[in-house]
Design a binder for this molecule. Sequence first.
Ligand SMILES: [Zn+2]
Length: 269
Amino acid sequence: MFDALTRWRRRRVLERAAIPDALWREAVALLPFLAIYSDDELGRLREKVVLFLDAKGILGARGHEVTPLQRVIIAIQACVLVLELDMAYYGGFENVIVYPGEFVPGWEWEDEAGVVHRNEGPLAGEAMPGGPVALSWPDVAAGADWESTGMNLVIHEFAHKIDMRSGDANGCPPLPAGMRAEAWKETLGAAYADFCARVDRDEPTEIDPYAAESPAEFFAVLSEVFFADPILLVEEYPDVYAQLAAFYRQDPAPRARRLFAEPARSGEP
Ligand SMILES: [Zn+2]
């Protein structure tokens, strides 16, 4: 009964909140890393985007007006992470806030010693446990293509959201059955230590050095690289790639290799 009702609601939302074809195509064309997905996968992604936009408000702040195209671009990138996962991964929060530029978050937090800190910012993006995801639109727009070498703000913040399903972000999201937490912690811990050592030595890294900030940032930055430049992650940290592939249930690297090996498609049938 419950399943039938859920399915009925889902169908209602998909019909009522459908995205016009032209808008969908325009958004997909602006996100070249989607080129690895089949038509069937893009169809499923589109359904998830419709459900996401039905469930979440995407709200402009400080005078920013969110256009229909911006809503879809943000939702697509958020939903790429959960393409093969349940939408329940994004339960527990209602809104995405979009700023016209970097923003100073107006909140304070108390550490374990009871000292109150104020986050100074400015930030390009922020995910709060149990609260909204905040994004600076120019930073979303800058990180959407392959040329940004694996940087993608929306994927970064929504990876934090997935990490926060078990409380504060710590780099170890709740793992599905069949994945071992010890293997995850060992693999990501060893890669994190190696990466921090490289950053400490001032070694130039193609992966954003910000990943050395904390295990939570390491997970979020490497999730960006996993989706937006998967070949780089396989080359740098193949064991982390394997963990993320098992976690997200996607294997983008061989597909990206095939895509780049193929000559660009022309107009032939
Ligand atoms: Zn972060």
